[in-house]
Design a protein around this ligand. Sequence first.
Ligand code: S3P
Length: 163
Amino acid sequence: MKTIYLIGFMGSGKSTIGRLLAEKLQTSFMDTDHYIEEKYGLISNIFKNEGEKTFRSYEEDALKSTKEYDVVATGGGIVETASNFETMKNNGVIIYLQTSFQEIHQRLKDDQNRPLWSKGLEENKKLYKARISKYEKFCDWKIITDHKASEEVMKEILKKLNV
Ligand code: S3P
């Protein structure tokens, strides 16, 4: 089976939907953030102590190390490293979970755990805007997730995949 990669902004539901998909398909699931935290500790500490550049190198390595999994949820910044595109493209199908800024803002308004989401509204908007075109470029196809329950998004993915 080709690996199903879920990409999209923080809070777009990649981990929740990935887990649901894997359960439904009775197959393996991995989350690159989880992989990194198991190996190197909390992401917030990595950003604080080692910086974003080091985090991105851990992320690149995590993506290469999770190729054997059938469903992989990626971190929102996976599109910041060009080689990650090749890794995913050569090994599977890349699905972009597209969520509006308003909905992300609503979902993450109390979140304290994401270092790149704690810089204030204007910075968050800027990051969101900059990321959209990257997700569009990386993905094979996208699914709009606004106002949809995770189950519904998962079913849409299965339909599109013909399974
Ligand atoms: C990041 C997204 C996070 C995590 C890290 C950086 C980003 O993952 O990898 O905090 O650059 O967008 P989620 O998208 O799972 O929140």
